[in-house]
Design a protein around this ligand. Structure first.
Ligand code: AMP
Length: 414
């Protein structure tokens, strides 16, 4: 027997419907805020991610599904959505129209990670990007919209953690100070190399001994330029105005290199090690990194799989509707023909309806009706047909009534 590849899993009902409902709940606040939908291919030229995400990141060095096509092209299954969406926006000239461009998307992403609960090699995100503005109000808007999505799903324990990584005005001085500090520590070879290449990465090292050694490391907050500080202050004020609680974490860094200024993460403490249910930030330099014009932007990606796990951790019922409202039980060919018409008509009128097939007997078909979750069963036997009626049974109360065949539709739609 074949099995799903390592680090992947199948979604079957009712969790499959729940995933759809989670995606929908994440998209709804974005639609309400005027975001347009965008879809890009599942794979891109490898260099897009190498340049965009950053050569020294774990994503690029260890986690990409990269291959050469039969035609000799070097492509990579997308490990994230921001670089592809920005590439698509530039290619389609969206940046030459009215700014900002507000886009949302939903899809599968691929990272060759060590699988564990909440961390998969194939996972699902809903993302949002605001392209073409430096206004900190857009950073705050995105954070509020994500918080709205989590709230609408009923989640109560999502924490918002924010930081500023500064811009080119602040980062070089901080980088140098951090590098100097890291130089005083006894680091293993790998970590020492990372400290050379990309010292901010070291802050993201989760090993307790490294975290302990970093206790006295300089924090970015002390190095922010006046402009970077003013930007960050507006973001914080807007969040407070919107009534959102958030925490400042001057050590927050994320696994992608393109972030500038605002950085944020949505954390759920019921998930164990993989506690981030979403995250994002500002990436004012990314467009230029991938060969485009200057196009300041901000965005986030919310993890759909982990958000569903968070809902389960909070004991929330699975979202998303399964089953039907009406289940038709025909006994005999003629009845099957008649009820086929009734069920089609009900569906067209927006009623969720199903019908027993395969000439099932009454007992088996009524079991299926119960399993379907339907409130009403419509039973049509030969005697009913002769009398021009059907039996409409309320599956909750057990009450049953004879309804004239031409009144069944009306009875079930009013
Ligand atoms: P990132 O693109 O790394 O900023 O991730 C954004 C969100 O996607 C994270 O907060 C997670 O919720 C989710 N995510 C990232 N990687 C994985 C993964 N390997 N498996 C499941 N969810 C993931």
């Amino acid at each position: 027997m074949f099995r799903a590849p390592k680090g992947t899993y199948d979604l079957v009902s009712p969790r499959a419907e729940a995933i759809l409902a989670v995606r929908e709940a994440m998209a709804e606040p974005l639609r309400r805020a005027g975001f347009g939908y965008i879809e890009t291919p599942s794979f891109e030229e490898t260099q897009l991610f190498v340049r965009g995400v950053g050569e020294s990141t774990d994503v690029v060095t260890k986690e990409m599904y990269t291959f050469t096509t039969r035609g000799g092209d070097d492509v990579t299954l997308r490990p994230e959505g921001t670089a592809p969406v920005l590439r698509a926006a530039l290619e389609n000239g969206l940046h030459r129209g009215a700014l900002p461009v507000k886009l949302w998307y939903s899809g599968s992403y691929y990272r060759y990670e060590r699988p564990q609960k909440g961390r998969y090699r194939h996972f699902s995100q809903v993302g949002a990007e605001v392209l073409g503005t430096e206004d900190p109000a857009s950073d705050a808007e995105l954070i509020v919209l994500a918080a709205d999505a989590y709230r609408e799903l009923g989640l109560e324990n999502v924490r918002i953690v924010i930081n500023s990584l500064g811009s080119d005005e602040s980062r070089p001085a901080y980088r140098a100070a951090l590098q100097e500090f890291l130089g005083t520590l006894e680091l293993d070879e790998d970590t020492a190399r990372r400290a050379e290449l990309n010292p901010l990465r070291v802050l993201d090292d989760k090993r307790p001994e490294i975290q302990a050694a970093l206790a006295d490391a300089p924090v970015i907050t002390e190095f922010l330029s006046a402009g970077d500080r003013a930007h960050h202050d507006v973001v914080r004020t807007r969040l407070a105005d919107a009534g959102l609680d958030f925490e400042d974490d001057p050590r927050l860094v994320r696994g992608l290199d393109y972030y500038t200024r605002t950085l944020f993460e949505f954390v759920h403490d019921g998930l164990g090690a993989q506690s981030a249910v979403g995250g994002g930030g500002r990436y004012d330099g990314l467009s230029e990194l991938i060969g485009g014009p200057r196009l300041p932007a901000v965005g986030w990606a919310l993890g759909v799989d982990r958000t569903l796990l968070a809902m389960e951790a909070e004991g929330l019922p699975l979202p998303g509707k399964t089953g039907v409202d009406v289940y038709a039980v025909p006994l005999g060919d003629e009845a099957a023909r008649t009820l086929f018409g009734v069920v089609s008509q009900l569906r067209r009128a927006g009623v969720r309806a199903d019908i027993a097939v395969g000439g099932r007997g009454l007992k088996g078909a009524m079991k299926a009706a119960d399993r379907s979750g339907a409130r009403h069963a419509v039973v049509l036997g030969e005697r009913d047909l002769a009398e021009g009626v059907a039996q409409v049974k309320d599956l909750q109360t057990g009450e049953q009534e004879s309804v004239a065949l031409d009144q069944v539709f009306k009875r079930l739609t009013t």
